[in-house]
Design a protein around this ligand. Structure first.
Ligand code: FDP
Length: 350
């Protein structure tokens, strides 16, 4: 396994490039984005900076612990889940770049209030992913995805959002860890920006991140093993068998239990992240949400040369039927994702 990512590291002798300058150049020089999409990304980044500050205050900010409410998934909301959601809504609703927003923390899409102009984009986000980790000071993050509002739709409802991940025009996440890093794709490579806490802005620190095709590291919640389907067990059994097993090498396991942190590690040094379908509750085809987690992360991972499937098909090809739909997720180093997917397809065929 290669330990180092093939991405281009920041060169200390080169003048730092701010997120704003990066976006202006994407618009003006490359024609990759228009002014509205540039504004949208800048506003999301500003909201992430505010969330990062709130997360960083920890107990001093009075924001740790439960909010005493449940979201549409029946999960207990943390105070920071609610606060992060409000920060993203407030930041984005007045700029004129959005037609509507949808959040993992809200039952229905959030319309743009009539007093503000509407734009051509739809913003989808998980305001604070991995929030069960917040009270124990482990990395959490914000995940976002941008779609175009379908032509002719002026008051977008849930149906407007039900587009496959291939239609995303931008996606990314901010990970609030030992440093805050914003990872972004506009459909032409993956870029990472580190928050300069003194200056208050995001600075480009890695260009064209690349996930190695092979890896010796996997991330999965092993406590669910007894509920997995046979091909899933086969894949993990072979990894656990190590040098003397069919794979002929040892594999290492890492599980932060914050998807953003696990995906960020994989973008940095490779690996496979799996949240498979399990038979514990057959009404749920997985734990992670297609629109808020799987699609944006799949877009980022594919743009970095990795692969992302449900174990059976490419995540980005899944046509959503519900805003809060769940899917199994296999993503990261291409050769491992393809192998795990093949085991599932072979099992289905036999
Ligand atoms: P969380 O429930 O804390 O929000 O989004 C779901 C998620 O975290 C992911 O970030 C994480 O990868 C996964 O769930 C952790 O699941 P387990 O509790 O099964 O470990």
């Amino acid at each position: 396994m290669s330990d180092a990512s093939a991405s281009v590291p920041a060169d200390a002798s080169v003048k730092p490039i701010s997120l704003s300058r990066f976006l202006i150049e994407e618009q003006r020089d490359k024609g990759q984005i228009n002014a509205d999409l540039r504004l949208l990304i800048e506003v999301v980044a500003r909201a992430c900076k505010r969330i990062s500050i709130a997360v960083g205050k920890g107990a001093l900010g009075g924001v740790l612990g439960s909010a005493g409410t449940e979201n549409v998934q029946g999960e207990t909301q943390k105070k920071l889940d609610v606060l992060s959601n409000e920060i993203l809504l407030e930041a984005n609703e007045w700029g004129g770049h959005l037609a509507a927003l949808a959040s993992e923390e809200m039952d229905d899409p959030h319309p743009i209030p009539n007093r503000y102009p509407k734009g051509e984009y739809l913003l989808v986000f998980d305001p604070l992913d991995g929030s069960s980790n917040i009270d124990v000071n482990i990395s959490v993050g914000t995940i976002f995805s941008v779609l175009r509002c379908p032509e002719g739709v002026t008051d977008p409802d849930e149906r407007a959002f039900l587009q496959p991940g291939t239609r995303q025009v931008a996606a990314g996440y901010a990970v609030y860890g030992s440093s805050t890093v914003l990872v972004l794709t506009l459909g032409d490579g993956v870029y990472a920006f580190t928050l300069d806490r003194e200056q208050g802005g995001f600075v480009l620190t890695q260009s064209r991140l690349t996930i190695p095709a092979d890896t010796g590291e996997f991330a999965i919640n092993m406590s669910n093993l007894r509920h997995w389907e046979p091909p899933m067990r086969r894949y993990i059994d072979e990894l656990l068998a190590g040098k003397t097993g069919p794979r002929g090498r040892d594999f290492n396991m890492r599980w932060v239990a914050s998807m953003v942190a696990d995906v960020h590690r994989i973008l940095t040094r490779g690996g496979i992240f799996i949240y498979p379908r399990d038979l514990k509750d057959t009404s749920k085809p997985g734990k992670l949400r297609l629109m808020y987690e799987a699609n944006p992360m799949a877009f980022v991972v594919e743009q970095a040369g990795g692969a992302a499937t449900t174990g059976r098909e490419r995540i980005l090809d899944v046509v959503p039927t519900q805003l809060h739909q769940r899917v199994p997720v296999f993503l990261g180093s291409r050769n491992e994702v393809e192998r795990a997917t093949r085991y599932h397809l072979d099992a289905d065929a036999s």
